[in-house]
Design a protein around this ligand. Structure first.
Ligand SMILES: O=C([O-])CC(=O)C(=O)O
Length: 166
Protein backbone atom coordinates (compact mmCIF):
# COMPACT_ATOMS: atom_id res chain seq x y z
CA UNK A 1 0.00 0.00 0.00
CA UNK A 2 1.34 3.43 -0.84
CA UNK A 3 2.04 5.92 1.94
CA UNK A 4 -0.69 8.20 0.65
CA UNK A 5 -3.50 5.68 0.98
CA UNK A 6 -4.58 6.03 4.57
CA UNK A 7 -7.68 3.84 4.88
CA UNK A 8 -9.59 6.40 6.93
CA UNK A 9 -9.48 8.83 4.04
CA UNK A 10 -11.86 6.60 2.18
CA UNK A 11 -11.13 7.98 -1.24
CA UNK A 12 -7.65 6.55 -1.86
CA UNK A 13 -7.39 3.33 -3.85
CA UNK A 14 -6.69 0.86 -1.06
CA UNK A 15 -5.64 -2.65 -2.02
CA UNK A 16 -7.56 -5.08 0.22
CA UNK A 17 -4.78 -7.70 0.27
CA UNK A 18 -2.26 -5.11 1.47
CA UNK A 19 -4.73 -3.81 4.03
CA UNK A 20 -5.39 -7.31 5.33
CA UNK A 21 -1.64 -7.95 5.65
CA UNK A 22 -1.35 -4.75 7.64
CA UNK A 23 -4.33 -5.17 9.95
CA UNK A 24 -5.13 -8.91 9.93
CA UNK A 25 -7.96 -10.04 12.16
CA UNK A 26 -9.01 -6.50 13.02
CA UNK A 27 -10.80 -6.89 9.71
CA UNK A 28 -13.48 -9.40 8.71
CA UNK A 29 -13.35 -10.67 5.14
CA UNK A 30 -16.51 -11.60 3.25
CA UNK A 31 -15.77 -14.89 1.50
CA UNK A 32 -18.88 -14.87 -0.67
CA UNK A 33 -17.78 -14.20 -4.26
CA UNK A 34 -19.29 -10.83 -5.10
CA UNK A 35 -18.77 -9.49 -8.62
CA UNK A 36 -17.13 -6.11 -9.21
CA UNK A 37 -19.63 -4.38 -11.50
CA UNK A 38 -19.00 -0.63 -11.21
CA UNK A 39 -16.59 1.62 -13.06
CA UNK A 40 -14.63 2.23 -9.86
CA UNK A 41 -12.76 -0.95 -8.95
CA UNK A 42 -11.41 0.12 -5.54
CA UNK A 43 -13.68 1.92 -3.09
CA UNK A 44 -14.07 2.37 0.62
CA UNK A 45 -15.80 4.47 3.20
CA UNK A 46 -18.08 4.40 6.19
CA UNK A 47 -21.03 2.10 5.70
CA UNK A 48 -24.67 2.96 5.68
CA UNK A 49 -27.01 0.00 5.53
CA UNK A 50 -30.36 -1.18 4.22
CA UNK A 51 -32.11 -4.50 4.73
CA UNK A 52 -34.77 -5.26 2.12
CA UNK A 53 -36.07 -8.12 0.02
CA UNK A 54 -36.92 -7.67 -3.67
CA UNK A 55 -38.04 -4.08 -2.97
CA UNK A 56 -35.71 -1.22 -3.89
CA UNK A 57 -37.64 1.92 -2.88
CA UNK A 58 -35.37 2.49 0.13
CA UNK A 59 -32.26 1.95 -2.01
CA UNK A 60 -33.50 4.57 -4.47
CA UNK A 61 -34.46 7.14 -1.82
CA UNK A 62 -31.25 6.68 0.19
CA UNK A 63 -28.97 7.01 -2.85
CA UNK A 64 -30.83 10.23 -3.72
CA UNK A 65 -29.50 11.81 -0.49
CA UNK A 66 -25.92 13.09 0.03
CA UNK A 67 -23.49 10.18 0.26
CA UNK A 68 -20.48 12.12 1.54
CA UNK A 69 -18.14 9.42 0.26
CA UNK A 70 -19.92 6.62 2.10
CA UNK A 71 -20.67 3.08 0.93
CA UNK A 72 -24.27 1.84 0.95
CA UNK A 73 -24.48 -1.81 1.97
CA UNK A 74 -27.76 -3.41 0.91
CA UNK A 75 -28.60 -6.77 2.40
CA UNK A 76 -31.08 -8.09 -0.11
CA UNK A 77 -31.08 -11.52 1.49
CA UNK A 78 -28.94 -12.88 -1.32
CA UNK A 79 -31.88 -12.88 -3.71
CA UNK A 80 -31.08 -12.91 -7.41
CA UNK A 81 -34.79 -12.78 -8.24
CA UNK A 82 -35.06 -9.02 -8.83
CA UNK A 83 -32.64 -6.14 -9.43
CA UNK A 84 -32.19 -3.79 -6.47
CA UNK A 85 -30.33 -1.15 -8.52
CA UNK A 86 -30.24 -0.13 -12.16
CA UNK A 87 -28.40 2.59 -14.05
CA UNK A 88 -30.75 5.43 -13.04
CA UNK A 89 -30.37 4.75 -9.34
CA UNK A 90 -26.61 4.26 -9.79
CA UNK A 91 -26.36 7.59 -11.63
CA UNK A 92 -28.14 9.24 -8.74
CA UNK A 93 -25.58 7.69 -6.35
CA UNK A 94 -22.75 9.22 -8.42
CA UNK A 95 -24.47 12.62 -8.50
CA UNK A 96 -24.91 12.52 -4.73
CA UNK A 97 -21.31 11.66 -3.89
CA UNK A 98 -21.54 8.02 -2.81
CA UNK A 99 -18.28 6.06 -3.08
CA UNK A 100 -20.06 2.84 -3.84
CA UNK A 101 -22.80 0.30 -3.24
CA UNK A 102 -22.50 -3.29 -2.02
CA UNK A 103 -25.59 -5.37 -2.80
CA UNK A 104 -26.17 -8.84 -1.40
CA UNK A 105 -28.48 -9.40 -4.33
CA UNK A 106 -28.76 -8.42 -7.98
CA UNK A 107 -28.47 -5.30 -10.12
CA UNK A 108 -29.50 -4.65 -13.72
CA UNK A 109 -28.12 -2.42 -16.53
CA UNK A 110 -24.65 -3.95 -16.08
CA UNK A 111 -23.10 -2.25 -19.10
CA UNK A 112 -24.22 1.25 -18.11
CA UNK A 113 -23.20 0.73 -14.49
CA UNK A 114 -19.75 -0.49 -15.55
CA UNK A 115 -19.20 2.93 -17.16
CA UNK A 116 -20.06 4.96 -14.03
CA UNK A 117 -17.54 6.37 -11.55
CA UNK A 118 -19.06 4.29 -8.77
CA UNK A 119 -17.93 1.21 -6.91
CA UNK A 120 -20.48 -1.59 -7.21
CA UNK A 121 -20.28 -5.07 -5.73
CA UNK A 122 -23.24 -7.39 -6.25
CA UNK A 123 -23.91 -11.11 -6.59
CA UNK A 124 -25.08 -10.85 -10.18
CA UNK A 125 -27.77 -9.35 -12.38
CA UNK A 126 -31.37 -9.85 -13.37
CA UNK A 127 -33.44 -7.66 -15.73
CA UNK A 128 -36.53 -8.17 -13.57
CA UNK A 129 -37.37 -5.06 -11.56
CA UNK A 130 -38.01 -4.95 -7.83
CA UNK A 131 -41.16 -3.88 -6.02
CA UNK A 132 -41.27 -0.24 -4.94
CA UNK A 133 -43.42 -0.38 -1.81
CA UNK A 134 -40.64 0.71 0.54
CA UNK A 135 -40.45 -2.47 2.61
CA UNK A 136 -37.25 -2.78 4.62
CA UNK A 137 -35.09 -0.98 7.16
CA UNK A 138 -32.39 1.69 6.91
CA UNK A 139 -29.28 2.02 9.10
CA UNK A 140 -29.66 -1.27 10.94
CA UNK A 141 -27.00 -3.88 11.66
CA UNK A 142 -26.86 -6.38 8.82
CA UNK A 143 -24.96 -9.62 8.32
CA UNK A 144 -23.61 -10.85 5.01
CA UNK A 145 -21.94 -14.26 4.78
CA UNK A 146 -21.54 -14.28 8.58
CA UNK A 147 -19.87 -10.85 8.66
CA UNK A 148 -21.59 -8.14 10.70
CA UNK A 149 -21.83 -4.72 9.09
CA UNK A 150 -22.88 -1.93 11.40
CA UNK A 151 -23.79 1.56 10.21
CA UNK A 152 -20.69 3.75 10.50
CA UNK A 153 -18.10 0.97 10.29
CA UNK A 154 -15.42 1.17 7.60
CA UNK A 155 -15.64 -1.08 4.57
CA UNK A 156 -13.06 -1.58 1.79
CA UNK A 157 -13.78 -3.21 -1.57
CA UNK A 158 -11.69 -4.12 -4.58
CA UNK A 159 -11.67 -6.97 -7.11
CA UNK A 160 -10.14 -9.29 -4.48
CA UNK A 161 -13.00 -8.93 -2.03
CA UNK A 162 -14.62 -6.98 0.78
CA UNK A 163 -13.10 -6.17 4.17
CA UNK A 164 -15.09 -4.83 7.13
CA UNK A 165 -13.85 -3.28 10.34
CA UNK A 166 -14.88 -5.47 13.26
O1 LIG B 1 -35.98 1.41 -11.11
C1 LIG B 1 -35.43 0.36 -10.79
O2 LIG B 1 -36.00 -0.57 -10.21
C2 LIG B 1 -34.00 0.18 -11.08
C3 LIG B 1 -33.65 0.72 -12.39
O3 LIG B 1 -34.04 0.21 -13.40
C4 LIG B 1 -32.78 1.90 -12.48
O4 LIG B 1 -32.23 2.32 -11.47
O5 LIG B 1 -32.58 2.38 -13.60
Amino acid sequence: MSAASTPAEGTAAVNTADLYDERGDELASISLQFQSLGGRSHFSGQARTIRCFQDNALVKSTLATPGNGKVLVVDGGGSLGTALMGDMIAESAVANGWAGVVINGAIRDREAIAALDLGVKALGSNPRKSAKAGAGEVDVDVEIDGVAIRPGCMIWCDPDGILVER
